[in-house]
Design a protein around this ligand. Structure first.
Ligand code: 4FD
Length: 262
């Protein structure tokens, strides 16, 4: 099933051009998703095609005028499957995470609203958005990069996007864990060796090592995830192995930076 995504943006070329590369570019070429854009400037009627105005109450910066924004939202939303949510990207939104990305990837369509300047007129949010999403606690000059982050995260989950051999469901992130370390040739690089287990050819042992690395890194760097997501029994055993090894003062510098292997 093709997914339909629309982006309301004053910079449609910025959005379209960024989607031409890599995994997402190929997925869109294959028709796994279709991304459309709608420019609020096309919904102005004055000679200067004005999209912004001074804020009521005074102060610096400009606010996007409500009429062109809402008209663009409605035009783009009319092209989407019925029930597609209208999502505004803003630092005031609910934080995006992989669970939310998976939920978006399961929908037939959604609309992303990218604001600019100091922000949107609040009535556009009230009338034109079903929810607000944030990609993190920092301020950007526009919602285009957050919209692109959402699109990238969603499109790479669509069946066929990663190629048939890989499955995003197997990503450690999908399991609530940080990724394990990756290595390729050469075997020793600037004095740092690849962990011996990865050269052993013992696939079961490699899998256990990766899970141990993932859970150790998660424990060290993101203990909040372990509290929030809990651990599957196998993962819980891997964590206990790591904690026991650390207690005994053995093994690698788990989850710490600049670890030296072997
Ligand atoms: N953290 C984010 C999203 C947008 C943004 C904007 C109102 C400003 C950060 C609406 C005000 C959009 C985020 C553009 N900055 N800036 O996800």
């Amino acid at each position: 099933m093709t997914r339909y995504i629309e982006v309301v943006t004053l910079f449609p070329d910025m959005v379209r051009s960024a989607l031409a590369f890599g995994i997402v570019g190929r997925a869109l070429e294959r028709g796994l998703a279709v991304v459309g854009t709608e420019d609020p400037r096309a919904h102005t009627s004055d000679a200067h095609r004005t999209v912004d105005d001074r804020p009521y109450g005074g102060g610096p910066g400009m606010v996007l005028k409500p009429e062109p924004m809402l008209a663009a939202i409605r035009a783009a939303h009319a092209r989407l499957p019925a029930g597609s949510p209208r999502i505004c990207l803003s630092a005031q939104g609910v934080r995006l995470d992989q669970r939310r990305v998976e939920a978006l990837a399961a929908l037939p369509g959604f609309l992303l609203i990218a604001g600019r300047y100091e922000g949107l007129d609040e009535r556009v949010v009230a009338l034109g958005a079903d929810e607000e999403l944030s990609i993190g606690d920092y301020v950007l000059s526009g919602g285009e990069l957050p919209a692109l982050a959402v699109i990238d995260a969603v499109v790479r989950l669509l069946p066929g996007a990663l190629g048939d051999e890989r499955s995003s469901a197997e990503d450690s992130f999908a399991q609530g864990l940080l990724d394990w370390p990756h290595y390729t040739r050469p075997e020793t690089f600037e004095g740092l060796a690849v962990p011996a287990v990865l050269l052993s050819g013992d696939h079961a042992e490699v899998e256990r090592w990766r899970l141990r690395q993932s859970v150790a890194r998660t424990w060290m760097r993101r203990p909040d995830w372990i509290v929030r997501h809990g651990l599957a029994p196998r993962t819980s055993r891997a964590l206990n192995e790591f904690l026991a090894a650390r207690q005994a003062g053995e093994g690698e510098a788990w989850g710490e930076r600049h670890e030296q292997n072997r």
